[in-house]
Ligand binder design. Structure first.
Ligand code: DAU
Length: 351
């Protein structure tokens, strides 16, 4: 299978490329990526030597209107879209870039996939499109109504609707995956887990939004990639597939667990102002992909966490380099004035 992966230098996309090329010795990947702030081509550098004839990179943005002409001269079997602005806090501060990439970009890619021979189109979406789940509600299924709360979630829900509209209007072969919170090596240290690990290793305060009792459903990134691959290979066109590992846990418990595993004091925890429109709980029912496509997760939260902590401990240079001081500057300039106070420890690092 010869696939076009968009956003393959991001956290999940890069893990997918590595998974795909190592699983299918005949598989070929073209990775199209705009190399925004969260891209980390480091993860894929070794492919230039390991699979030079099966991997190629194109530096382009998914909103580029010329892509539909470029694809006419290619022969891909499928397009899998990972490209997205993904961080909820950033979407609150700068929603426009989310509309541009996550909505306009996906609309452009749908046209690109049609012009490229009406190839199979897989949209990598998120459980956030279902909105916040009540504490006593059962986990969301694929037909749970969309009820997004943040600009990020609204942009992903909009994209899902455009994808489904293309299936109905143009008979386009599309599939949508919706997954829970991912974690693993190479995740940009703005998301809770890598931020927590990096701050803890630097003995810096861990900002916990609100009361910290929000629930997230955790999945190891490789299990997510395996789920996307199952959908790519065996999924039915026009269908949506939830992917989850049934790992629901309150943030504060996850934070305490990580601090304990790292041998760091719980006094690093610092409660700060809450995220506006903060979703209280996410939880997904993934029986459909399990029953229909035979997928199930391989990694427990404990196993995935161990691999992840180990990686961040061994790769301090990487996360120090990618977040640098900009991360703290970003928080100081934007976050504090909108959501509440930063801890004095974070102020010290940013000065
Ligand atoms: O559920 C899937 C989604 O998970 C993906 O679609 C998103 O792209 C991804 O960003 C993630 O969204 P969340 O908002 O759940 O992830 P985040 O890591 O930003 O936050 C996880 C939880 O931790 C959330 O309840 C907010 C909280 N949090 C986060 C950060 C960064 C804190 O308490 N402190 C923090 O510093």
């Amino acid at each position: 299978m010869n696939i076009l992966v968009t956003g393959g230098c991001g956290f999940i996309g890069s893990h997918f490329i590595e998974y795909f090329l190592s699983t299918y010795p005949e598989g070929k990947v073209t990775n199209l990526d705009a190399l925004t702030y969260a891209a980390h081509p480091d993860m894929l550098k070794h492919l230039d030597t390991l699979a030079p004839d099966r991997y190629s990179f194109i530096h382009k943005d998914i909103t580029d209107p010329t892509l539909k002409n470029w694809i006419k001269n290619t022969k891909f079997d499928a397009l899998i879209n990972f490209a997205a602005e993904t961080h909820v806090d950033r979407s609150i501060l700068d929603p426009d870039s989310f509309v541009r990439t996550n909505i306009m970009g996906v609309q452009n890619l749908l046209t690109v996939a049609r012009e490229g021979g009406n190839i199979r189109f897989v949209q990598v979406s998120t459980d956030e499109v279902y909105g916040s789940l009540k504490s006593d509600s059962p986990p969301c299924i694929e037909t749970t109504p969309l009820d997004p709360n943040s600009p990020y979630a609204a942009s992903k829900a909009s994209a899902d609707l455009l994808v489904l509209a293309s299936a109905r209007t143009y008979n386009q072969p599309v599939l949508i995956t919706r997954c829970t919170n991912n974690y693993g090596p190479f995740q940009f240290p703005e998301k809770l887990l890598p931020l927590l690990i990096a701050n803890a290793l630097e003995n810096t305060a861990i900002p916990v939004y609100g009361d910290g009792k929000q629930v997230r459903d955790w999945i190891y990134v490789v299990d997510h990639c395996r789920g996307i691959d199952a959908v790519l290979q065996k999924g039915i066109s026009g269908e949506i597939y939830n992917i989850s590992s049934s790992g629901e846990a309150p943030n504060i418990e996850v934070i305490k667990k990580v601090l304990t595993l790292l041998g760091k004091p719980h006094s690093l925890i610092s409660f700060v102002g809450d995220r506006p429109a903060h979703d209280r709980r996410y939880g997904l029912n993934s029986s459909k992909i399990r029953k229909e496509l035979g997928w199930s997760p391989l990694f427990s939260f404990e196993e995935g966490l161990k691999i992840t902590l180990d990686w961040y401990l061994k790769n301090t240079e990487w996360w120090k380099k990618v977040r640098g001081k900009d991360y703290f500057k970003y928080y100081q300039a934007n976050y504090e004035k909108k959501f509440g106070s930063l801890t004095s420890a974070m102020k010290e690092v940013s000065s």
